[in-house]
Design a protein around this ligand. Structure first.
Ligand SMILES: [Cu+2]
Length: 215
């Protein structure tokens, strides 16, 4: 009986210790998050886009590293994290998301699994300028490396403005890489965002962000 009580006490103490830890976990001072990017719509790109997105939190600094290879070469690649405005966890859209059965999973069709476009990985992500930001261009071999460091406070503030009541919550988001050459022929059934050409927003890779380690 004594052992059992001691066990319960230890359990209660653990809960007490865990509670403030859980609050901190929402915005850890040091953490690494990784998304392994896998190809989508390879039937259109004729390549296998792959790579890794890595998010390193160090105090107020968030360093974003996105390494991509096998992407359509000499092409600008829009890239963002997507997620749900109500905080539910996003996942990458699969081929099952092809609602109109045109053989292509377009941006709009990713919405059910992945939510909406949230933070653009552009020069100066805190501007949150999805439509006009400067995105990376793949080289002649289809590779690029995006590297950007941003103030977490600034990005948090901009994010809260765009998505009231929401936090960055990286572990609930997915990274999308988009873009095929503008001359790529796509069926008219491939949907895009407003006036933005479908070639620009076509998803070519996705990866779910997960916490990799705590230091
Ligand atoms: Cu996107």
């Amino acid at each position: 009986m004594q052992t059992r009580n001691a066990h319960l006490l230890a359990l209660a103490a653990g809960i007490l210790i865990a509670a403030p830890g859980a609050a901190i976990a929402a915005a850890p001072a040091h953490a690494v998050y990784v998304a392994h990017l896998h190809a989508m719509n390879a039937g259109v790109t004729k390549t296998a886009t792959a790579g890794e997105a890595r998010f390193t939190v160090n105090g107020d600094q968030l360093t974003i590293d996105i390494k991509v290879h096998g992407a359509p070469p000499d092409t600008v690649h829009w890239q963002h994290f997507h997620g749900f405005k109500d905080g539910q966890p996003a996942s990458c859209a699969t081929t099952a998301a092809d609602a109109n059965h045109d053989g292509i999973v377009d941006l709009i069709e990713t919405g059910k699994a992945s939510g909406t476009t949230m933070v653009p990985f552009i020069t100066g992500p805190a501007s949150m300028d999805v439509a006009h930001g400067t995105y990376p261009t793949a080289d002649a071999h289809g590779a690029y490396h995006y590297h950007e460091t941003v103030s977490l406070k600034a990005l948090d503030a901009a994010f809260g403005k765009a998505f009231p009541g929401q936090q960055l919550d990286l572990a609930k988001r997915v990274v999308y890489i988009h873009g095929v050459p503008s001359a790529t022929q796509l069926p008219s059934s491939v949907a895009s965002l407003g006036p933005i050409p479908a070639q620009v927003t076509l998803p070519i890779a996705c990866g779910k962000i997960a916490r990799a380690s705590a230091k």
